[in-house]
Design a protein around this ligand. Structure first.
Ligand code: COA
Length: 198
């Protein structure tokens, strides 16, 4: 695989990001694989308004990886240094634990909306984007910790993050079910993972 080119998303990228995220997370063609959530959630993962809002936020960056000038992967990073700041509504419910994580020596950045083109899953781009996101969160906001939430039933994905240095903190959040999430069961929640960046 050639070296990816990294850049931050512009508003004009929003439709391509929606398509990538929907395909990677919940596409029917990859349902049942270790890295899909299509068996749990049938509704849309996001929408254009949400992605546009996130691209425009001062405390957020959508990191894009391009291969041969085409978007091949993305992730969202958000600085959480303002203690009054909570999770974006896009990636999880408001939670006091996250605000608390920005107090004292911990200056956490949030990681989410992580999606790789399914045509190149397993090619190593996911590892490259995560590492680049960690570097950029340190550069942008002086983050010394990355925090994310993962559906607790996705054990292979949790193990994937553990092999990258993330640990389960034991904190959990209810999954933000809505009229449109299209869940096949409600017997799951979000579990928090963190990694010290330095
Ligand atoms: C999760 C995701 C971002 C990983 O990106 P990727 O480019 O496919 O991952 P990489 O090529 O860097 O790594 C592939 C890993 O998959 C592992 N893998 C491959 N087949 C697997 C299987 N059947 N079961 C478990 N792990 C498997 C490989 O062992 C490798 O991990 P390792 O290097 O630690 O051994 C990507 O698959 C994706 O977009 N998934 C859908 C969206 C999603 O779930 N996002 C995360 C939400 S928190």
């Amino acid at each position: 695989m050639p070296e990816p080119c990294f850049r931050y998303a512009r508003q004009s990228d929003a439709p391509a990001l929606v398509a990538l995220i929907e395909h990677a997370y919940r596409g029917e063609d990859t349902a049942g694989r270790w890295n899909s959530e299509a068996h749990l959630l049938k509704g849309p993962r996001t929408n254009g308004d949400e992605i546009s809002t996130l691209i425009g936020r001062e405390d957020s960056r959508f990191l894009i990886a391009e291969l041969d000038a085409r978007i091949a992967g993305c992730c969202l990073i958000q600085g959480l240094s303002d203690p009054a700041r909570n999770w974006s509504s896009a990636d999880g419910p408001a939670d006091s634990d996250v605000a608390a994580s920005s107090i004292g020596d911990v200056n956490a950045a949030y990681f989410g909306m992580f999606a790789i083109d399914p045509a190149i899953h397993g090619g190593g781009l996911g590892k490259q984007i995560l590492a680049e996101a960690e570097r950029r969160a340190q550069d942008l906001w002086g983050a010394n910790q990355m925090v994310m939430t993962v559906i607790n039933l996705r054990s292979e994905l949790i193990e994937w993050y553990q092999r990258r240095g993330y640990r389960l903190t034991g904190a959990t959040l209810p999954f933000p079910f809505s009229d449109t999430t299209g869940e096949t069961t409600r017997d799951f929640h979000l579990t928090e993972m963190r990694k010290d960046l330095r």
